[in-house]
Design a protein around this ligand. Structure first.
Ligand code: HEC
Length: 113
C-alpha cells in the first residue's frame, strides 16, 4: 500500500497545482480595463473603471448617468454636488468608504475639461 501512495501523492499535487498555473496566465485585457482608451459601459455610457458599479448603483437612480458624465469637476466640486443633492434632492448619506470610492471614480474619470 505504501509504494502506491508514493506514486499517487505527487500525481494529486500536480493536479492541484494546475489551477494556479492557469491562473497565472496573463489575460489579454487584465481586469476588463484596457490601457489607453477607456472602456465604456454600453448601458450607461459610463467609463468602466474602479468604482463604476458603486457609482452606477447610487447615481443613476433619480436621473440618468447623462446628468454627470457630460461634466467634469474637481473632487471638491463633485463633493459639493453630492452634498447639494443630499441637502435638497433626497440623496442618501454614504458611509465614508463608499463616498471616497464615488469621489475617486468621478475625480479620475470626469475631471475638469
Ligand atoms: C435621490 C435622488 C438622486 C440621486 C440618488 C442622485 N442624484 Fe444627482 N440629482 C438629483 C436631482 C433631483 C438633480 C436635479 C435635477 C436633474 O438635473 O435631473 C440632480 C442633479 C445632479 C447633477 C447636476 C447638478 C447641476 O448643477 O445641475 C449632478 C452632476 C448630479 N446630480 C450627480 C449625481 C451623482 C454623482 C450621484 C451619485 C453620487 C447622484 N447625482 C445621485 C437627484 C439625485
Amino acid at each position: 500500500m505504501k509504494w502506491q501512495a508514493c506514486l499517487f501523492l505527487p500525481a494529486v499535487l500536480w493536479l492541484l497545482s494546475m489551477p494556479l498555473v492557469l491562473a497565472d496566465e496573463p489575460t489579454a485585457d487584465g481586469d476588463g480595463v484596457a490601457a489607453g482608451e477607456p472602456e465604456i459601459d454600453p448601458e450607461t455610457g459610463m467609463i468602466r473603471a474602479r468604482g463604476f458599479e458603486t457609482v452606477k448603483n447610487n447615481c443613476t437612480v433619480c436621473h440618468s448617468s447623462r446628468t454627470f458624465i457630460n461634466r467634469g469637476y474637481t473632487r471638491k466640486v463633485w463633493l459639493e454636488q453630492i452634498r447639494w443633492m443630499q441637502d435638497s434632492q433626497g440623496l442618501w448619506e454614504f458611509d465614508p468608504e463608499t463616498e471616497e470610492l464615488i469621489l475617486d471614480y468621478l475625480e479620475t474619470n470626469y475631471p475638469p475639461r
